[in-house]
Design a protein around this ligand. Structure first.
Ligand SMILES: Nc1nc2c(ncn2[C@@H]2O[C@H](COP(=O)(O)OP(=O)(O)O)[C@@H](O)[C@H]2O)c(=O)[nH]1
Ligand SMILES: [Mg+2]
Length: 208
């Protein structure tokens, strides 16, 4: 069972309680560390050149760190984003066409999907090539990780006379869908509103 599927959510609970109790301490006794406590993790995945990195920069802004796994030079960018009042780690992954990896980038992204305790995977696709890109959406759905489909580049699709019906696609796929244009900063609010549904809000609990 993956960490994010475990009903105990022990990882999030310990982080939350730590930051929660800090609020009750006088300023002088609060933790001096400037380390950000992340309260969840989400990832942007999809084919190369669909706008993942542009979207990542729009959503997070500011300073980005990169990380990789031993034995690979491929890297993923990470930064924080505030959603529903919580600090969420957002990961920008290398491009992949399929969960059956052919390249080092695809192998890396696949490994990241199975290693990280992800609260949500945002599958970014190009609205101009909808049917070709949905293949990965189906594979991602089968992993049982929550998936949100972000249909990007609607500005270019509209110029070609392609109109994506968000509601119809949601009904057909059974997952949330957002249409957007990262380049025109259209649909960003709609995306973060739907991402907020996957932010873990811990119930208040007391133990004696
Ligand atoms: N027209 C248009 N271009 C976009 C959009 N989103 C991204 N791009 C452009 O597509 C190219 C690839 O974007 P990038 O973020 O590097 O894609 P990635 O490989 O998925 O990370 C860049 O030139 C972006 O500026 C969009 O919504 N509309
Ligand atoms: Mg990129």
């Amino acid at each position: 069972m993956k960490c994010n599927q475990c009903p105990d959510s022990c990882q999030q609970k310990s982080q939350t309680s730590n930051s929660f109790w800090q609020n009750f301490l006088p300023e002088s006794l609060r933790a001096k560390s400037s380390k950000v406590i992340s309260e969840g993790t989400m990832a942007l995945v999809g084919c190369p050149n669909v706008g993942k990195s542009l979207l990542f920069n729009i959503l997070t802004g500011g300073y980005t760190t990169v990380s990789n796994y031993p034995g690979t030079t491929v890297e993923a960018a990470r930064n924080y984003i505030k959603i529903a009042g919580k600090t969420i780690t957002l990961i920008d992954t290398p491009g992949m066409y399929s969960l059956m990896p052919m390249t080092e980038e695809e192998r890396f992204s696949r490994e990241l999907l199975f290693r990280e305790p992800l609260d949500l995977v945002v599958h970014v696709i190009d609205a101009k090539n909808l049917s070709r890109m949905l293949n990965l959406t189906f594979q991602l759905i089968e992993t049982q990780v929550p998936i949100l489909l972000a249909v990007n580049m609607i500005d270019e699709a509209e110029k070609l006379g392609i109109w994506v019906n968000e509601k119809q696609l949601e009904a057909s796929l059974g997952i949330p869908v957002v249409t957007l244009s990262a380049a025109q900063k259209r649909g960003i609010k709609g995306l973060t509103t739907k991402m907020a549904n996957y932010v873990h809000i811990p119930a208040l609990s007391y133990s004696y």
